[in-house]
Each structure stands twice: as structure tokens, then as C-alpha cells.
Write a protein that binds this ligand. Structure first.
Ligand code: NAP
Length: 241
């Protein structure tokens, strides 16, 4: 029997790579993305027969369309994980228009474009699972991340609205909001920022990508059939709101 397809954007490293691995364990054929050909080849090598990968630049409409076309040639998509994201941190007074635009385009508009493209197939199938990767700072805010926090607060509103629109089609839409996870993204934080974060994490450690992936795997599974419009926090207690 042919496996169902799960799409994971930005699976060349970090949280996306862990999600791809877990969805393979859940018996999905995983279609992943990276921004470069080299990244695509590396993913293909990791996934083997259990998946494939294509290039995708979420901030570029044509790239989103090309990605969608390549994926749909493989079959209908059941699970979509909007994981890829970027930061361009700086205090507001120093934030350039392009720092704002790049982050909103990639994290928020990109998720809009990709979700819209795959939605039609899910509606036709009357089944779908959309899981958006937000961030703890979407709810808390964070100095130096006005663009990133706005994109993540936006993705949570987007999640709830889509959940309302699509519930009657048996499509659930949820978000997972990680706290401080050890990936390339958090390597860029200064020591001061890291220590400040750590002081506020009750579990007193950073999270691992695999710990976020488990939450995504749960939301994609039959065990979460009656969960929609929610934000599942995976943050070691950093925010309990
Ligand atoms: P990461 O290690 O920096 O990986 C980012 C991924 O996104 C890579 O696969 C990258 O591809 C891809 N990507 C970057 N720009 C892209 C673009 N324009 N179009 C398409 N893909 C693009 O990040 P991460 O820490 O795993 O984060 C994954 C998600 O979790 C993000 O949405 C992030 O905001 C969220 N998150 C992370 C943390 C954390 O502490 N790490 C906390 C909260 C939320 P390339 O490898 O080709 O560049």
C-alpha cells in the first residue's frame, strides 16, 4: 500500500529534521525542503526510500508554486508541517525594512502560501493535518525580535482562523510553540540572552529538537483527532500562559 504523504518545510537541520524523522516512524512518506540543492541532496541521503526533498524559498512566490507542483506530482498530501523559519534580530530602532519584510515573508506569508496550495487537496480528501511551528515568544514578546514575534503571533492567529474555516472538512489546524531549543537558530543568541532565558526555564535546560518533534507527531496522529485550533507549548515551563 502506498504511504500517505507528509510535507515538512525546512527539514535540512534542527527541528524540521527531527520532525521528518518522527513522521517517517509514523509511517509517512516525507517530502522535505531545503533552500539549496546541497541541502536537498543531504536530506535525500538521510531519508532514503522513506521520503524525498525539493528546494523551497518561502519568501519567493514562484519557488512556493514550483515546490507545490513537484510535491503534488507524488500524490495527495495528508500532513503539512509549516516548520521553516528565520530570525533577523535587532532592536526596533535599528531594524531595517528588509529585516522586517524578510522575517514576515518567510515565517508568515510563506506559511500562508504553502497552506493555501495544499489545502485544496485536503479539502477534496476531507482529511488533513496542518501543524504550524510558532514560538514561545509569539505569546511573550522578546526584545530585539519585534519582527520574529510578530510573525509567530501572526501564525497563531492564522492557525485559529484556519481551524475555524476547515473543521467541517475534517482538517485540523494546530500550532506547536517551542521554547528555547538547541539548534543553529539559537546558536546565534548572545551569552547574556542565553543566560537570561535559562534563568527562567523551570526544567533548567534547553529543549532538544526531538522533544518538539514528538508534539508534532502527536498532533499529526489519530490520537489528536479532536484537537484543533490549539497552540501546544513545548518550552520547559518558560511560559505557562
Ligand atoms: P534552523 O535550525 O535555523 O533551520 C531552519 C530551517 O528553515 C532550515 O531547514 C532552513 O533551510 C529553512 N529555511 C530558512 N530560510 C528559508 C526560506 N526562506 N524558505 C524555506 N526554508 C527556509 O531553525 P530551527 O531552530 O530548527 O527552527 C525551526 C522552526 O522552529 C522555525 O519556525 C523557528 O522559528 C521555530 N522555533 C525555533 C526555536 C528554537 O529555539 N530553535 C524556538 C521556537 C521556535 P536551509 O538549511 O536550506 O537554510
Amino acid at each position: 500500500m502506498q504511504k500517505s504523504i507528509a510535507v515538512v518545510t525546512g527539514a535540512s537541520r534542527g527541528i524540521g529534521a527531527a520532525i521528518a524523522k518522527d513522521l517517517i516512524e509514523a509511517n509517512y512518506f516525507v517530502v522535505a525542503s531545503a533552500t539549496s540543492e546541497a541541502g536537498v541532496e543531504a536530506i535525500k541521503e538521510t531519508l532514503g526510500d522513506n521520503g524525498t526533498a525539493f528546494t523551497l524559498n518561502l519568501s519567493n512566490k514562484e519557488s512556493c508554486q514550483a515546490f507545490f507542483k513537484q510535491v503534488t506530482e507524488l500524490g495527495a498530501v495528508e500532513v503539512l508541517v509549516n516548520n521553516a523559519g528565520i530570525t533577523k534580530d535587532t532592536l526596533m530602532l535599528r531594524m531595517k525594512d528588509e529585516d522586517w519584510d524578510d522575517v514576515i515573508e518567510t515565517n508568515l506569508s510563506g506559511a500562508f502560501r504553502i497552506s493555501k496550495a495544499f489545502l485544496k487537496g485536503m479539502m477534496k480528501k476531507r482529511y488533513g493535518r496542518i501543524i504550524n511551528i510558532s514560538s514561545v515568544v509569539g505569546a511573550m514578546g522578546n526584545p530585539g525580535q519585534a519582527n520574529y514575534c510578530a510573525s509567530k503571533a501572526g501564525i497563531e492567529g492564522f492557525t485559529r482562523s484556519l481551524a475555524l474555516e476547515l473543521g467541517s472538512r475534517n482538517i485540523t489546524v494546530n500550532a506547536v510553540a517551542p521554547g528555547f531549543i538547541a539548534t543553529d537558530m539559537t546558536k546565534e543568541l548572545t551569552e547574556d540572552q542565553k543566560q537570561l532565558m535559562m534563568a527562567n526555564i523551570p526544567l533548567a535546560r534547553y529543549g532538544e529538537p526531538e522533544e518538539v518533534a514528538k508534539a508534532v507527531k502527536f498532533l499529526a496522529s489519530g490520537d489528536a483527532n479532536y484537537i484543533t485550533g490549539q497552540v501546544l507549548h513545548v518550552n520547559g515551563g518558560l511560559n505557562m500562559g
